[in-house]
Design a protein around this ligand. Structure first.
Ligand code: ATP
Length: 248
């Protein structure tokens, strides 16, 4: 079994001080963030707030216009993902014609830190048949395979860009429960973007709230909501405040 990569414990998972401008304007401005390790982070904000852009900068698929970003102390190279990072985008990167077993084999071929036993265990836990073609699986089963592919790499940081959007509420809950268990037991930092604040409640212990390309709130939920305010209420209150400030 391949041992999980152990990022330097003294370094944060993500440290950023940057801006990102597309042709149409700034998607992120003066974004300053430090995300410690071993957190399950809710990345939330309205449409167009800059969540996917931030994910793209962390993966190195995008590069900052100003400033910089580090992931476990390293600057993204732009030549593929950091070895300790797994990224699961909304459109799950799976080949419909491959079987689940062939999909995992591909994971093994492309990831030096691949843990086949662990990936098979995650698939089996979801009762997904190994010989089934990916194209014949249900949405929930496909998400389970995509998650096994992402976690089989044994990442230190897992980025999930609205991965549960096409699942029914029960499947969402099951996948989230698996995710939290694995993140907690394996010491994985997870950055999870979602519009459904309620489903992040009790799952995420750290909040990053973006609005119009700015960080409105960032930190551990226990610290931000000192009186035990739930994550969803914290985020909604701060967003309403920002809308009022914009209107004033
Ligand atoms: N490739 C691109 N070219 C030009 N503008 C872009 C590009 N990608 C994003 N943008 C713009 O940057 C801003 C932030 O977009 P981004 O996709 O990061 O937001 P988001 O928070 O992920 O939104 P959503 O919740 O709708 O997915 C938006 O104004 C968007 O129109």
């Amino acid at each position: 079994m391949t041992l999980p990569r152990q990022p330097d414990q003294a370094l944060p998972a993500i440290a950023a001080g940057l801006g990102k401008r597309y042709r149409r304007g700034w998607a992120l401005r003066e974004t300053s963030l430090v995300i410690p390790k071993n957190r399950i982070v809710a990345l939330v904000g309205p449409n167009g707030a800059g969540k996917s852009t931030l994910m793209g900068l962390i993966t190195g698929l995008l590069s900052p216009t100003t400033g910089g970003i580090t992931v476990f102390g390293d600057q993204p190279t732009g030549r593929g993902l950091h070895p300790a990072v797994s990224y699961l985008a909304q459109q799950k990167p799976l080949y419909q014609q491959l079987t689940v077993a062939e999909t995992l084999k591909l994971g093994a071929r492309t990831n030096p830190t691949w843990d086949q036993h662990y990936a098979e265990y995650l698939v089996a836990q979801g009762a997904v048949p190994m010989e089934a073609k990916v194209g014949t699986l249900s949405g929930g089963q496909r998400t389970r395979v995509a998650l096994a592919l992402a976690l089989g790499k044994r990442p230190g940081l897992l980025l999930l860009d609205e991965p549960l959007a096409d699942l029914d509420p029960l499947a969402r809950e099951t996948v989230l429960r698996t995710l939290v268990t694995e993140a907690r037991t394996q010491g994985i930092t997870v950055l999870l973007s979602s519009h459904v604040l309620a489903e992040l409640e009790g799952v995420c212990d750290h909040l990053v709230l973006l609005h119009k390309g700015r960080v409105l709130l960032a930190g551990d939920v226990s610290r931000l909501g000192a009186g035990g305010t739930p994550l969803g209420v914290l985020a909604m209150n701060r967003m309403r405040e920002a809308v009022r400030e914009d209107a004033a």
